[in-house]
Ligand binder design. Structure first.
Ligand SMILES: Cc1cc2nc3c(=O)[nH]c(=O)nc-3n(C[C@H](O)[C@H](O)[C@H](O)COP(=O)(O)OP(=O)(O)OC[C@H]3O[C@@H](n4cnc5c(N)ncnc54)[C@H](O)[C@@H]3O)c2cc1C
Length: 248
């Protein structure tokens, strides 16, 4: 084996993955609980799915649980059961291990057929004929360096904003289309009883071709914050996958 054989193997395999996902049924932006869940269910139902993450690792806010304690809570453990994450009942809640959830969701999404790309940051949207048709991306390290290096593009029939609190893709449209008024871009006061229903109800298409799932729903539609309980993130991801599956 020569040193350059390693480089060649990595470069060729990455090229294969990327070329295979320049055109997709769905592009999911963000690998928090919402993005990985939507990616898992989409891929499972046979849709060509690319999941993009600007950080080196997947999982978004899952790792932090509450205050950095890596335990998560849900009100309903159906999705955890499906992906094989152990959950114990505590009063009205179930608790599960954050490491187990993040790794299981990533593994299940990948094994279902989704391709996950890390260190890829979405910097803009492809919006033509009043419809979102894909994303403009660059290497996170190039973005961080501040260098003006041209990006590349990834197309999708549908794009999902699962970027969490920042609702980054929704904001990209807002900045360029002053007539687009999705909401407050800020979640409401904490109310754990009403919050999960709110985030799941409002998850869906926010602009032609663009869907929101997870905390970006809260940021856009202003339902109450739910506190560190992750059921709404998972369920809103599942709901968006079902909505898109029914359309394709
Ligand atoms: C102030 C605060 C309040 C919170 N409130 C709640 C709450 O009310 N309820 C609750 O359940 N949880 C809350 N959390 C915890 C946690 O943020 C969420 O539960 C959960 O992680 C959100 O899931 P998500 O999938 O929507 O987004 P996240 O877990 O935040 O994942 C988003 C992912 O998208 C990636 N990303 C962002 N922008 C881009 C881009 N341009 N290109 C590529 N990737 C991108 C990020 O790197 C990240 O990995 C809170 C956290 C904080 C800090």
């Amino acid at each position: 084996m020569k040193e350059i054989d390693i480089t060649k193997a990595i470069y060729e395999e990455y090229g294969r993955k990327l070329l295979g996902h320049l055109e997709n049924d769905v592009v999911v932006v963000g690998t928090g609980p919402a993005g990985l869940t939507v990616g898992y269910y989409l891929a499972k139902s046979g849709m060509k799915t690319a999941i993009l993450e600007k950080r080196l690792s997947i999982g978004g806010g899952i790792w932090g649980g509450a205050a950095g304690w890596n335990v998560i809570t849900v009100e309903d453990k159906g999705i955890l059961d499906e992906i094989g994450v152990a959950a114990q009942k505590k009063g009205d809640l179930y608790v599960a291990d954050a490491v187990e959830l993040a790794t299981a969701l990533g593994y299940k999404a990948k094994k279902a057929g989704a391709e996950i790309f890390t260190l890829i940051e979405v910097e803009d949207i492809i919006l033509q004929e009043d419809r979102v048709k894909g994303v403009v991306v660059n290497s996170t390290s190039i973005r961080a360096s501040g260098l003006l290096v041209d990006p590349f593009c990834i197309a999708g029939k549908y794009v999902i904003d699962a970027t969490g609190h920042q609702a980054e893709l929704v904001n990209m449209i807002r900045r360029k289309k002053p007539d687009f008024h999705p909401g407050q871009l800020q979640e409401g006061f904490m109310d754990v009883e009403r919050a999960e229903t709110g985030v799941v109800e409002k998850a869906g298409e926010i602009f032609h071709g663009l869907y929101v799932a997870g905390m970006s729903v809260c940021s856009v539609f202003n339902p109450p914050r739910m506190g560190p309980i992750f059921g709404g993130m998972l369920k809103s991801g599942k709901k968006v996958a079902e909505l898109i599956r029914d359309r394709i």
